[in-house]
Every structure is written in C-alpha cells, then in structure tokens.
Design a protein around this ligand. Structure first.
Ligand SMILES: *Cc1c(COP(=O)(O)O)cnc(C)c1O
Length: 363
C-alpha cells in the first residue's frame, strides 16, 4: 500500500485508539516505533534521562536488570532495589530509596509489570502508593511488554506516567512493533531533557502526519496485524480475555503444584498472588537438566517451552500461556511436557489431571 494511502492513516488511528483503550488511558499520547521491546526501553531512556541523571529500577529479575544495564549504557546513574528470588518488586524498598533522595534527583522509577524470566507480576498500585507515601515527584514508568492483554492494567487509575509495550507477546502480533504511552508530566520531563535525540524523540513524533509519527515509513504489515489483534481482543471483550488468562494460568499453576509432588520441580514464584497469568517459571532440582528436557519436548512432542534466562538459566524452564491460547492448547502443552519428563526420567505428580480439574472449575 502507498504510504500516503488514507486507508493506512485509518489503520494507524485504529491502532492508537485501540492501544489507549487497552491501556485504559484518556490522558496519554501513544508513540509507535518500528522496533522490539528493547527499542521501547531505549525510547523511554532517551526521552527521560540525560547522562548523569538518576533512575530507580525496581528489582524483579532478569528483565529489570537488563533494562537497568541499558540505562547505564546510555549514561544514566541507576539505583536498584534488591531483587529477592521468587518475590515481586519491593514497594517498601522503593519508598525507602525515594525518601532517602531528599534532593529529588531521581527522575523516574522503572518497574517491569510482569518479569518474564521470573514469571512474576508485581503490584503496580503498591509501587504507586509507595511513591506517593514518599512524596517524591519521580515519574512511574511501567514495562507491560509481557502483561498487556493478559493481566489487568489501567494506566490512568494506577497513576503510571509512562507505559511501554511490544507487539509479540499478549498482543499476538509478529515482533517488530513497539509503543510508548506518555502523559503530560512525562512530556514535560522530556521537554526539559537537553540530551540530543532524533529517532526516539516524542516531541518530533507528535504530529498528525504518519511520516512524522514514525520518523519515516510506517511498518504497515505490523500495523495491519495490530489492528486485527486489537479487534480480536475487543471482540472477545477485555474482561473475558483477562478471565481466560486467569483460568488458563490457574490450570498451569495447578499442574506444576501437582508435578512438584515428585520432588524434582517447584513453582518459582513463592507468593501465589504474584504468579503471572502470562508465563509460569518452573524451578528444577539440582541434577536435572531442563535444556535436555526442552529439546525432547520440542523434537519428540512438538511442544515449545522456554528456558531459564540470566541467573535462572539451567535452573528453570518456562511455560508461556498468553495471547492466542485456549484450554485445549494448554492441556496439549502440559501433556507434552509430561511426556518429555517421562522420557528424561524426571519424577512428577499428576499435573494434567489437576489442570483438567482447574479448567473444569473444580479447584
Ligand atoms: C520480551 C520482553 C522485553 C524485551 O522485548 P524484546 O522485544 O525482546 O526486545 C522487555 N520486557 C519484558 C517484560 C519482556 O517480556
């Protein structure tokens, strides 16, 4: 399609409107980028943080640490709240760090809503309350790459100033399209940031012209995909989509709990309320090789599961259950994992049976 075609303009409009509805914001501007989630991280850092300025990153696991490392590489001074394995972001530690910053040097607090490596969802409302209790003006910046379209998230109600996401997880679109939503407070911080930037610059992208919005040619195939995906989500109904994710995640958690009776596996996230509805991280006992089991699952049973990331590599495997997912698909996945564990001689309790019970509403 010609990039000046008015039909493309309507698709872009639909993507912006749909994302705002999904994020539940009436206040923020949405900027779409032809990039992955790391690009959205870069956009946020480039707009908000001049070299030498401070950001507080809430420890949640591999993804919070990767974001922190990227901010450091771009010159920011990064403070971290500690991450306790198996536990979500520590709101008390965030409050203490902000209280200690009496000169208000911290520009923003970065929080990953669902840390995809930990399989853990942090309580953003608790983080907002901690920031308010400290009386600190830092911006709240939330990464919803792995939670949007799966877990409840309401940008305005939560008081999030900036939210970022990407196409390929709960949004069910191929990788390559990311977005940032920024409110007026964030736009003000960005306007005062003197760091040279061009491609990522929010002010430059605030234009009705799609060539300006995208700083060049819009990625039309991905935009067509996003429009279709948003249509699927709103056709099913956001509440129904969230309920479906909760049901399917409950089945996976029930299965892993039952598997753990074999003594070799455990749910990595300790607090049940912090277990993600998008992805479940399964810890394996020492002496068990999750990578060998994954290979068997993929090659022999056509079930693709993810490995552990960062410090959890070799100690965990992960089951994704977000986006285009239904009960039959997850039962096939869980049964495939059981078959692979049987091949590998890994002991496990009857997970599929418990997953079936959970799906049947009998738990
Ligand atoms: C996947 C992911 C990212 C990174 O996204 P890429 O598209 O791989 O760059 C960032 N944050 C979270 C929470 C993720 O799950």
């Amino acid at each position: 399609m010609d990039m000046g075609d008015p039909r493309l303009e309507r698709v872009i409009q639909a993507c912006e409107t749909g994302l705002k509805a999904l994020l539940q914001t009436a206040k923020a501007d949405v900027f779409l980028y032809t990039c992955n989630g790391h690009g959205a991280w870069e956009a946020v850092i480039a707009n908000l943080l001049a070299p030498g300025q401070q950001v507080l990153v809430a420890g949640t696991g591999h993804f919070s640490e990767s974001w922190a490392v990227q901010a450091e590489a771009m010159g920011a001074r990064v403070l971290r709240t500690p991450w306790r394995e198996g536990y979500p972001a520590d709101a008390q530690a965030i409050e203490a760090a902000l209280r200690a910053d009496s000169s208000h040097a911290i520009v923003a607090v970065f929080v990953v809503h669902t840390d995809t490596a930990s399989g853990m969802t942090s309580n953003i409302a608790a983080v907002r309350r901690a920031m308010d209790a400290a009386g600190h003006p830092a911006l709240l910046v939330v990464d919803v790459v792995a939670s949007l379209g799966a877990a409840p998230f309401a940008m305005d109600a939560l008081g999030a100033n900036v939210v970022l996401g990407a196409s390929q997880k709960g949004l069910m679109v191929p990788p390559g399209l990311a977005f940032v939503a920024a409110d007026a407070a964030a736009m003000k911080v960005a306007a005062a940031n003197p760091t040279p930037r061009f491609y990522w610059d929010w002010a430059r992208r605030q234009s009705p012209l799609s060539y300006r919005k995208f700083c060049g040619t819009p990625p039309q195939t991905l935009l067509f995909g996003l429009e279709a995906a948003l249509g699927l989500i709103f056709h099913e109904g956001l509440e129904q989509v969230i309920a479906r994710h909760r049901l399917i995640a409950g089945a996976v958690h029930a299965a892993v709990q039952a598997w753990s009776e074999g003594g070799a596996l455990a749910l990595f996230v300790r607090e049940p309320a912090a277990r993600s509805v998008s992805v479940t991280t399964v810890a394996v006992a020492e002496g068990i090789d999750p990578e060998a089991m994954r290979t068997v699952a993929r090659e022999q049973f056509q079930v693709a599961i993810a490995g552990g990331l960062g410090p959890l590599a070799g100690r965990t495997f992960r089951i994704g259950h977000l986006g285009d997912m239904n009960p039959a698909m997850i039962l096939g996945c869980l049964a495939g994992v059981e078959a692979a564990m049987r091949v590998q001689g890994i002991p496990f309790g009857n997970g599929v049976q418990h997953a079936v019970a959970a799906l049947a509403g009998q738990r």
